[in-house]
Ligand binder design. Structure first.
Ligand code: HEC
Length: 142
């Protein structure tokens, strides 16, 4: 093998090991007032949304391997900032109502769950029936 190929391979391997030492920043802070909703609503949200929108994230193995871990942590941090089911009850009613409507809109628009998440979690894709359940809930019918 050409010597430069070996050198590049060694350099990449060293770099890969070195970046594992940087803390990725995975956290699961305390849950204060978690969302209370009918079990069928919670089941859907826990399956498809809680990993990024709650403090109860289930961290997959690739969340432990840099540089992918940095991307995962970034999405979770941003997701929690926008909408965090672990603090749902701390929001005023009007805010909860508006968040519930944007949840349905985001799902209808195919924006949520995020596409890369679905590559690894095919079960997180919402069926039309799931969407109906969330729609009724957001309109206050359940
Ligand atoms: C892989 C992580 C991830 C998953 C899973 C995920 N989200 Fe998100 N979500 C984000 C990120 C990151 C943002 C902020 C950036 C953006 O809007 O794209 C966001 C933004 C949102 C917003 C916008 C908040 C606002 O008030 O405007 C809503 C609503 C939302 N998500 C709902 C959901 C719902 C409902 C699910 C489950 C069906 C879900 N998300 C699943 C990461 C995720």
């Amino acid at each position: 093998m050409k010597r430069w190929i070996v050198r590049i391979a060694v350099a990449l391997a060293v770099l890969f090991v070195a970046i594992q030492l940087a803390p990725a920043g995975r956290t699961n802070p305390p849950v204060t007032k978690t969302l209370e909703a009918p079990p069928e609503v919670l089941a859907i949200l826990r399956r498809s949304c809680f990993d990024c929108h709650s403090n109860e994230s289930r961290w997959p193995w690739y969340a432990y391997v840099a540089p992918v871990s940095w991307l995962v942590v970034h999405d979770v941090d941003e997701g929690r900032r926008e909408l965090n089911f672990s603090h749902w009850g701390d929001m005023p009613q009007a805010k909860r109502d508006s968040k519930a409507s944007s949840m349905v809109e985001e799902i209808e628009g195919g924006e949520m769950p995020l596409e890369p998440y679905l590559w690894m979690h095919s079960d997180a894709k919402l069926s039309p029936a799931d969407l109906k359940v969330l729609q009724s809930w957001s309109e206050g019918d359940v």
